[in-house]
Design a protein around this ligand. Sequence first.
Ligand SMILES: Nc1ncnc2c1ncn2[C@@H]1O[C@H](COP(=O)(O)OP(=O)(O)O)[C@@H](O)[C@H]1O
Ligand SMILES: N[C@@H](CC(=O)OP(=O)(O)O)C(=O)O
Length: 443
Amino acid sequence: MKILKFGGTSVGSPQNMKLVANLVNDEYRKIVVLSAMSGTTNKLVEIAGKFYQQQTQEALQLTENLYKIYREVIKGLYTTEKKKFAALDLVISHFDFIKSMATGPFSIREERAILAQGELLSTALFQFLLEEMNLDSVLLPALNFMRIDENEEPDTKFLQQELSTTLAKHPHNNLFVTQGYICRNSFGEIDNLKRGGSDYSASLIGAAVKATEIQIWTDIDGMHNNDPRIVRNTYPIAGLSFDEAAELAYFGVKILHPSSVLPAKQKNIPVKLLNTMQPEAKGTTISSLSSGKSIKAVAAKDGIVAINVKSSRMLLAYGFLRRIFEVFEEYKTPIDMITTSEVAVSLTIDNTKHLSDIIAELKEFGSVQVDESQTIICLVGDSIEEVPGTTVKIFEALKNIPLRMISYGGSKNNISLLISTTDKKRALVALNEGVFEREPAHA
Ligand SMILES: Nc1ncnc2c1ncn2[C@@H]1O[C@H](COP(=O)(O)OP(=O)(O)O)[C@@H](O)[C@H]1O
Ligand SMILES: N[C@@H](CC(=O)OP(=O)(O)O)C(=O)O
């Protein structure tokens, strides 16, 4: 069994959906996981926001605008009038559901139900397309098997049981289609795996059915060495280890959801990143194989806040760091980077929900300085410290950029630097020239 996940751009137009239908049309047994058509989830977030603010007319107007987009999609997607009618009926029922939110109370529960409509629509429309092409496929409702527990962790046992029971009912089918991103929570309500979560769905499903391969199909030919939206002359990386890919995803490479590497790593299932618009390109293979000692890529994570706590009283005192960490633990706020000196500690966080409470408590230890609008630049590779001259190249490339924090030696896979977000573009461009001078032979 293979898992093929197609992201928003891959199902973002009738033309692309047809490309996807042709790509899944072969003899392999597979589960196809689809995201919402690109732009849809953002629009649904906007609509839910208007309902929240009780701006009902604006919400209904945005809903109508989105409906019109789907009406056009139907025109371009099907050839027979019969399917066009059936698809229109289906689309109307989903939009009637959204419009029904105009009456009655609106809470986070209704918001999540609205956010789920994108994946429900894309999979239903895709299933109709497969039917029109006479491809035998089964639509599996993700809300029947994808579940998160009270800690928002996926219930992998339930997933495995439900999927194996469902698949056993279709022993002669090779093609299954399901929704990414959406799930139920511990109350049985509609919920989701957070933005970009369809990659995570694919990986969890792959691990549950012990797939031979998980393919993430998107609009670029694999993981590039640098952000192609910011830097020119980036190139796809042929191979990455699970650990390297996890670091890159966590530190902001948009192509892969941060949680999606672990389920595949645990079951040792290779993950391929492939391009729907260029299916013959090799893409990137993420596996347990080491991909060679070198720096493979750089990622940038914005929205970081640096907090510095300085306390001469605490000089050389044991227990100081534990007490600082306890404050973050109390507010369920993960720490990304940490650097220390004898009298001070600097930490970074990206979740600022409890920032003022955290600062208030930290002030009990000494003076606290907070710097917002920071970016972590993370260089990822294998056994970085064993490659002579690596750090020299990095600091030479960044010689004109103020570095607020440096984290090196925590793992063999990364060097992280904290800079002001205003310097991010300059830093990524400088690193591209100074560290990744040219495409390696294997890429
Ligand atoms: N290092 C990188 N390698 C490849 N793509 C990247 C990288 N950094 C950012 N991206 C962006 O990620 C985009 C694909 O991710 P995403 O929009 O989530 O895809 P999808 O809509 O298929 O889920 C690419 O179009 C690319 O611009
Ligand atoms: N539609 C969801 C889930 C998702 O993963 O989308 P994409 O695969 O297009 O990043 C979102 O926009 O967050």
